[in-house]
Design a binder for this molecule. Structure first.
Ligand code: AMP
Ligand code: ZN
Length: 471
């Protein structure tokens, strides 16, 4: 497979450290709010990468962290902890917030056919590992204590900017503007490994450490969680492009100093999904989530289809008209597939030919759009329906577009489809209420019941789940 590598800035042939095996790490969500569909674009493309590597025969181990502490509102170590901000917003504890939004994330991921990584590790479970690595960095003289915090000294590195390919001045443009000054830092790009003092003393989760009671910085999480589960070397590290600097740059700095050798060979970054006004936001404008799309009547898999039509290395603009076009194309494709006659024997030669065609397309720096054109080639191919269905099933191991799955609504009468938008909304609210109850967030669960009641919907909890009646 060929893959663009942010580190070398070229499309490289992928060669793992151990033949046949791939160690892959993904920066996970900061669970202070729902993921927006931009975040999920990154997770969809990373999911395709993982599945394609498996399709090519690699034995993949994929690890993802859950950021439940340490990610401040600015990536430059200033501002409030995002988790604490979420807890204040919803009058809950940080752990309640983490649990609730972690479940919400995996529910969205499941709706988008994103496989859960082999290992998922919350940062709060790895405090001992963080402390051990920070101690190692201090011993090696690459970290220092100032004003109660422990900082990584970036001036000691010759190649700090290897990943970005730019220096500090150039990076000022485009980096989040809210990066404030911290007078404890010896160098502007130094970053916090462990906080005991920040402007926000009411941090809820704190742990004892050799430097006092405090909490870890965000960057150290990913290095340590990766090393804990994948050892001293890594084949592919993934994230969105905003992670390149400072997050991944800092991960490389501390990991390679700690280990004393090169850490990760391939850096895979997904470009952003933007809305029509520019940047996707959780606080401004319409907060675009999977549940919002569902409430509006969209099948989340149609959003996956929308993402796969574009190359991961190009920014993508979301619009409802763009999504509607994807919905129409997806429906047309599925209709053709579901009309195929499954009778007959599978032709192994045709199967191998189209599999290879797909492998070549997607293997060329994850050209998923090109990969999808193979689906149309298969439909037009001079082979029987059984062969076409077998090939489509095979390619769908990577694309995960439910290509040969018959929709349940297919048997529903026309009225059923027409009433859908409101029903989908009620069902989404019932699902959210179930998740809130599971997270012991009874206030939210009651608020949902009350909101639905106002709209004339009465909920009844039964052992098999919640049913509803409408006035
Ligand atoms: P966060 O939950 O903020 O830590 O972000 C989770 C993932 O989403 C990270 O890999 C980010 O790089 C990525 N991400 C953030 N914003 C976008 C966006 N607009 N489009 C695509 N990926 C994004
Ligand atoms: Zn990370």
């Amino acid at each position: 497979m060929k893959l663009y590598n942010t580190l070398t800035k070229t499309v490289d042939t992928f060669v793992p450290n151990t033949p046949g095996k791939v160690k892959m790490y993904t920066c996970g969500p900061t669970v202070y709010h729902f993921a927006h569909i931009g975040n999920l674009r990154s997770y969809i493309m990373e999911d395709v990468l993982e599945k394609f590597l498996r399709f090519e025969g690699y034995d993949v181990t994929r690890v993802m962290n859950i950021t439940d502490v340490g990610h401040l509102t600015s990536d430059g170590d200033t501002g409030e902890d995002k988790m604490l901000k979420g807890a204040k917003r919803e009058h809950k504890t940080v752990m309640e917030i983490a649990e609730f939004y972690k479940e919400a994330f995996f529910r969205d991921a499941a709706d988008l056919n994103i496989k859960t990584p082999d290992v998922v590790e919350p940062a709060t479970q790895c405090i001992d590992e963080f402390i051990r690595v920070i101690e190692g960095l201090l011993e090696k003289g690459y970290a220092y204590v100032a004003g109660g915090n422990v900082y990584f000294d970036t001036s000691k590195l010759k190649n700090y900017y290897a990943l970005t390919g730019h220096d500090a001045d150039e990076l000022k443009v485009g980096v989040r503007e809210d990066v404030g000054e911290d007078e404890n830092k010896r160098n502007k790009t130094d970053f916090v490994l462990w906080f005991t003092k920040s402007k926000f003393d009411d941090q809820e989760l704190k742990w004892d450490s050799p430097w006092g009671i405090g909490y870890p910085g965000w960057h150290i999480e990913c290095s340590c969680i990766s090393m804990k589960h994948l050892g001293e070397d890594l084949d592919i590290h993934c994230g969105g492009v905003d992670n390149i600097f400072p997050h991944h740059t800092n991960e490389i700095a501390q990991s390679e100093v700690y280990l004393g050798h090169k850490w990760c060979n391939y850096w895979f970054h997904v470009h952003h999904l933007n809305d029509e006004t520019g940047k996707m936001s959780k606080s401004k404008g319409e907060f675009l989530t999977v549940s919002l799309l569902k409430r509006k009547g969209y099948d989340p898999v149609a959003y996956r289809f929308f993402c796969l039509q574009s190359h991961y290395r190009k920014p993508l603009t979301f619009s409802y008209s763009g999504l509607d076009n994807a919905v129409a194309a997806y429906a047309k494709l599925k209709k053709k597939i579901l009309n195929l006659d499954p009778a007959g024997e599978v032709d192994p030669e045709a199967f191998a030919t189209y599999r290879a065609k797909f492998s070549e397309a997607v293997g060329n720096d994850m050209n998923t759009a090109q990969g999808m054109t193979v689906l149309y080639d298969v439909l037009k191919a001079p082979v029987n329906g059984a062969t076409k269905l077998a090939i489509l099933d095979e390619l769908d191991k990577v694309l995960s577009l439910n290509l040969t799955v018959r929709p349940v609504v297919e048997e529903a009468p026309v009225e059923e489809v027409e009433k859908d938008e409101f029903t989908l909304y009620v069902e989404a609210m019932i699902a959210e209420r179930a998740a809130a109850k599971k997270a012991k967030d009874y206030a939210r669960a009651d608020a949902i019941r009350a909101e639905l009641k106002e709209k004339g919907v009465t909920l009844t909890d039964t052992p098999k789940g919640t049913t509803f009646t409408r006035e």
